[in-house]
Design a binder for this molecule. Structure first.
Ligand code: PRP
Ligand code: URA
Length: 218
């Protein structure tokens, strides 16, 4: 059956013109490391703004130069951002601009270059994950293997309320991720055409970790 994102109710493909513009710059092979890093951060802020749209607020007392009033502020929700290393690290910088008080966990996974199967090498998460809203961050959703493994690690550590934010996704990864985690909302900056035979996203942007950290010759 032909892939149609409308069949995936937990998926939101974001559509803001600024987001599209910045993702196009990110894809460009001539975009250098410094600009690439800055773009990943800016895109993460734009996506985070959407993904955090349902944060609860409460009325607090505030005195303006004119009078005393009650106005909304984000209520003491416990947030946790979890990047998948390496590429997700730059997304955290963006999300922390929006919510500087959030806790940060880290999950280290790398894809085997031949099998494309993810391997875990690091996991450090804040305590009481079950009480927190957890935002998992990774720019790329290709086969979906890394994100699926990361969500099971979060669930094993007690996380109940997880949202995944990525920048570019392939239909294959969206399908695998949603089958495995229909309970996890997925925010996508751009939905691409397909994977190639090396499980790279097409048209994609290449290897995101290498482009962020400048490790092209490993
Ligand atoms: C990239 C990317 C994702 C993963 C996506 O990381 O940042 O974590 O690939 O691919 P998948 O959906 O097929 O699992 P990579 O494994 O290259 O590690 P790196 O960030 O350390 O370069
Ligand atoms: N990981 C990346 O960094 N890029 C892809 O296209 C696929 C997986």
């Amino acid at each position: 059956m032909k892939f149609d994102v409308k069949n995936y109710p937990n998926v939101k493909v974001l559509n803001h013109p600024l987001l599209k513009h910045k993702i196009t710059l990110l894809r460009d092979v001539n975009t250098g490391t410094n600009e690439f890093r800055n773009l990943v951060k800016e895109i993460s802020i734009l996506e985070g703004y959407e993904a955090l749209a349902n944060l609860p607020t409460e009325l607090v007392d505030v005195t303006t130069p004119v009078e005393k009033t009650k106005q909304p502020m984000v209520s003491g929700k416990k947030l946790c951002f979890v990047p998948i290393l390496r590429a997700g690290l730059r997304m955290v910088d963006g999300l922390l601009e929006l919510v500087p008080s959030a806790k940060v966990g880290h999950i280290g996974l790398y894809r085997d270059e031949v099998t494309h199967i993810p391997h875990e090498y690091y996991c450090k998460l804040p305590s009481n994950l079950k009480e927190r809203d957890v935002y998992l961050l990774d720019p790329m959703l290709a086969t979906g293997g890394s994100a699926i493994d990361a969500v099971s690690m979060l669930k094993k550590h007690g996380a109940k309320n997880i949202t995944f934010i990525c920048i570019i996704a392939a239909p294959e990864g969206v399908d695998a991720f949603c089958r495995s985690n229909p309970d996890v909302p997925l925010y996508i900056g751009a939905l691409d055409r397909c994977l190639n035979d090396k499980a790279y996203i097409c048209p994609g942007l290449g290897d995101c970790g290498d482009r962020i950290f400048g490790t092209f010759d490993h």
